[in-house]
Design a protein around this ligand. Structure first.
Ligand SMILES: Cc1cc2nc3c(=O)[nH]c(=O)nc-3n(C[C@H](O)[C@H](O)[C@H](O)COP(=O)(O)OP(=O)(O)OC[C@H]3O[C@@H](n4cnc5c(N)ncnc54)[C@H](O)[C@@H]3O)c2cc1C
Length: 391
């Protein structure tokens, strides 16, 4: 399956007009590399036979994390929407790798937005090139959606902070070189860059029994008398990190939505190929009207999801509020991906249920209605934004 299709060409034209040709050729060549070097390794990653470092390296080499960061520290300064489209293609090639990079890039975004000049110089070039890998550590064993109630503490001790607590379900744990750790400081919340080499940072056992996203690494991260230098480590203001997290997650939700558009397209592509070749009752499966309804519904929902993700991206690019649109995009795209991957399993019948190369897409998509803001929580965010707007 070609990752970059006519729908991308048209979408770029409608959103970016004159700039579309440049982005078109960039994304086209990016897809060609993904088709050659990532797609063939994706099933093995799900089966625990490959290493994500290999596929992640390809995406880093293609400059995925540089695309939308401003120049100066290695970024290319392209529109955020172009980055999210690249993430759709990455998600279509391998969901685990795309998610690992998306989360890594959220940490780079945190440094770029809230870090000091020194922190940017020290961290951004290596994060954007992939020389260093990052993890985002917000969730705790007793708080996920209710992140504000986190129990991890950062206690001031002269020019240092001492972090104590535990972070749960952390993607890239064990592989990352740096962790962005959120902790309560007494003044509010702080966001701290902690090096993996810090003796107070301990990574728990790898969570191998995950339903999907099996290529990615997930583990608990414990902070035990983890001493960090305040100037090197604390991003921005001591009390403001919860607001930073909300801002970072707004952007990251668009990215996770786009990864889901990619996952859905891959599952859908496999189902279409099968439906066109499967003969039953003297016809092809694709000739039946009930099949065509599934095809049409998936096409409508995938396009609508991509468009809403791009709309939220364009609002961000223009410095306009986009919290509600990002939440809407994520809810629509993630729930759409679960439905579309489910329809793909249905179309492939027994083969869909028994082939991990089909059901893995449903398993991958399923995470993203929970992670980075569960659908229930995002609906509450959307409703309160709407009520405020209308009030
Ligand atoms: C594979 C994986 C990777 C992850 N990677 C990371 C990572 O890199 N960094 C990180 O910080 N976190 C990560 N997470 C954590 C993820 O973001 C949380 O699991 C998610 O935020 C939900 O939190 P929770 O699991 O504590 O569930 P809870 O918050 O306890 O929610 C439980 C259930 O309650 C529902 N719910 C919540 N609030 C409401 C409400 N107000 N009304 C009705 N229902 C509600 C939820 O939708 C959910 O169904 C990851 C999780 C997984 C599984």
């Amino acid at each position: 399956m070609k990752l970059f299709g006519a729908e991308h060409e048209r979408t770029l034209l409608s959103f970016y007009g004159d700039g579309a040709a440049e982005f078109d050729s960039l994304l086209r060549s990016f897809s060609a590399v993904l088709e050659e070097k990532v797609v063939p390794l994706s099933l093995a990653l799900d089966q625990g036979k490959g290493t994500i470092g290999e596929t992640r390296r390809v995406l880093f080499e293609q400059g995925l994390c540089k695309l939308s960061h401003p120049g100066g520290y290695g970024g290319m300064g392209l529109p955020f929407g172009v980055y999210t489209l690249a993430m759709e293609l990455a998600g279509a090639a391998d969901a685990s790798t795309a998610m690992s990079l998306g989360i890594h890039n959220t940490v780079a975004d945190a440094v770029a937005q809230f870090g000091s000049g020194e922190q940017k110089r020290r961290l951004l070039p290596s994060l954007l090139s992939g020389e260093k890998l990052a993890a985002f550590a917000l969730t705790e064993p007793s708080s996920g959606s209710d992140a504000r109630s986190m129990r991890t503490k950062a206690t001031k001790d002269g020019k240092h902070f001492v972090l104590d607590g535990s972070k749960m379900f952390i993607t890239n744990a064990g592989e990352a070189d740096v962790y962005l750790v959120f902790a309560s400081t007494g003044e509010g919340h702080g966001a701290f860059i902690v090096e993996a080499s810090n003796p107070g940072l301990k990574v728990g056992a790898e969570m191998r029994e995950k339903l999907g996203m099996r290529g990615s690494h997930t583990a608990e991260v414990r902070l035990e008398k983890c001493r960090v230098d305040a100037e090197d480590s604390l991003l921005g203001s001591e009390g403001a990190a919860f607001e930073y997290a909300k801002k970072l997650l707004d952007s990251s939700r668009i990215v996770m939505g786009m990864i889901c558009v990619g996952i859905a397209r891959t599952a859908y592509g496999k189902a279409l190929t099968y439906a066109k070749g499967r003969e039953l009752f003297g016809k092809n499966l694709s000739d039946f009207q009930l099949t065509r309804e599934k095809v049409a519904n998936a096409a409508i929902e995938m396009d609508a999801s991509r468009l809403l993700c791009l709309h939220a991206s364009r609002l961000k690019e223009r410095g306009l509020p986009f919290t509600s649109e990002a939440a809407q995009a994520k809810v629509l795209a993630t729930e759409m991906a679960v439905r579309t991957c489910d329809a793909a399993i249905q179309l492939l019948g027994g083969y869909g249920y028994t082939s991990d190369d089909v059901h893995r897409h449903w398993r991958d998509a399923r995470l993203l209605t929970v992670g980075e803001g569960a659908s229930e929580v995002l609906r509450l965010v959307i409703a309160s934004e709407e009520l405020e707007r209308e009030g």
